[in-house]
Design a protein around this ligand. Structure first.
Ligand SMILES: Nc1ncnc2c1ncn2[C@@H]1O[C@H](COP(=O)(O)OP(=O)(O)OP(=O)(O)O)[C@@H](O)[C@H]1O
Length: 346
């Protein structure tokens, strides 16, 4: 459906996109994730035709889009500040793209009714958009973007300004709407929870390049690099030398899963792989903080050697701040991060 082939965009000396290759298949939802300034919005703007290329090609359905105007690309856009028309009612907003295409009044009304049902706002046609909640406005923006049946729907931080509970609910609804309609989606977000919940495939960007691409599970279980692991919020990442089934780390020897890459690498120890034992039985640590996280308690530990460690304990079993504990590492919680560059996309 969509192919980016060596797409490069420069602003002065700096490449906002540096020879990016990316494919999005029909019916696929791809979420581009990355820190501020990594090139996510530039990527969307390039696909939309809002940003000229300094190199490479953008193809939609196999056709090179060079010189094709924004409104002729068959895209649906839903951007952060969803920019509804405040003077029009809900129906007037949703029907906008249909009117532009010359649909009859009856066609418009049918499609608007259908879409409002789909986004969970049945019968909202005559409501004023200014009187809607943030979440309702977001649904209207989605219905508006979907109304002309775009071949590719592009979302930029679609749920950015909404509160967490609402975001979590809307993500589930979005997924179900996309599945029902078979929509192809390219979304951009800096919120990993949103990306992981929405996407069939996650693409992590760093400095205008793709740092990793994979299913949410693949990326979560096997971050490709120290950068990706840290971006996902993991803190227990250290340089190591792997020999056989052990890694030498600043925390001492750590067991690694069988078949791990050998030699110099970074290792990630998931907090759940950091097991607390009596003080004299493992690496001695001091508990420096404790955070209740609902299903578990996060415990920060200062070891005698090496950087601070994060551990995860069952609620009720977490030691108090100031306690001395021992730590052992469970091999199933250890990931040797691949020192090789991310393999190209299939
Ligand atoms: N019009 C522009 N002129 C100059 N530099 C730009 C322009 N647009 C983007 N950049 C630069 O290109 C880089 C990528 O920007 P981009 O907006 O694509 O990042 P982003 O990942 O979307 O960030 P954010 O999450 O903060 O929106 C940044 O360094 C940014 O400063």
């Amino acid at each position: 459906m969509l192919t980016l082939d060596g797409v490069t965009v420069r602003f002065g000396e700096r490449a906002a996109l540096d020879a990016v290759d990316l494919d999005v298949a029909e019916h696929e939802t791809v979420c581009v994730l990355g820190p501020s300034g990594s090139g996510k919005s530039t990527l969307l703007r390039v696909v939309a035709g809002l940003q000229p290329l300094d190199g490479g090609r953008v193809l939609l359905g196999g056709a090179d889009q060079a010189g094709v105007a924004v409104h002729r690309r068959g895209l649906g856009l839903m951007f952060q500040d969803h920019q509804l028309f405040p003077q029009r009612d809900v129906a007037g907003n949703v029907a906008f793209g249909l009117r532009m295409r010359g649909a009859s009044r009856a066609e418009q009304a049918d499609r608007v009714r259908e879409l409002l049902e789909l986004v969970g706002l049945p019968g909202a046609e005559r409501r004023a958009v200014a009187a809607l909640s943030g979440g309702e406005q977001q649904r209207v923006a989605l219905a508006r973007a979907l109304a002309p049946s775009p071949r590719l729907l592009m979302l930029d931080e679609p749920l950015g300004q909404l509160d967490r509970t609402l975001r979590e609910r809307l993500v589930v609804e979005l997924r179900s709407v996309f599945a029902q309609l078979g929509t192809t989606v390219l979304a951009v977000t800096h919120d990993q929870g949103e990306a992981f919940a929405l996407a069939d495939r996650v693409v992590v960007m760093r400095d205008g390049r793709i740092a990793q691409s994979g299913t949410p599970l693949e990326v979560w279980q096997r971050p490709a690099s120290e950068f990706v692991a840290r971006f996902l919020g993991f803190e227990n990442v250290v340089p190591a030398t792997v020999t056989g089934e052990a890694a030498s780390t600043p925390w001492g020897k750590v067991p690694v899963p069988p078949g791990s890459a050998q030699g110099e690498a970074h290792v990630l120890i998931r907090p759940a792989g950091v097991r607390l034992v009596p003080e004299r039985e493992g690496l001695g640590c001091l508990v420096v903080a404790r955070t209740f996280r609902g299903s578990h308690v996060g415990v920060r530990l200062r070891p005698g050697v090496g950087p601070v460690l994060e551990a995860e304990c069952e609620v009720g079993a977490a030691p108090g701040v100031g306690a001395g504990v021992g730590v052992v590492f469970a091999p199933e919680g250890v990931v040797v991060l691949d020192p090789r560059p991310t393999p190209p996309l299939p």
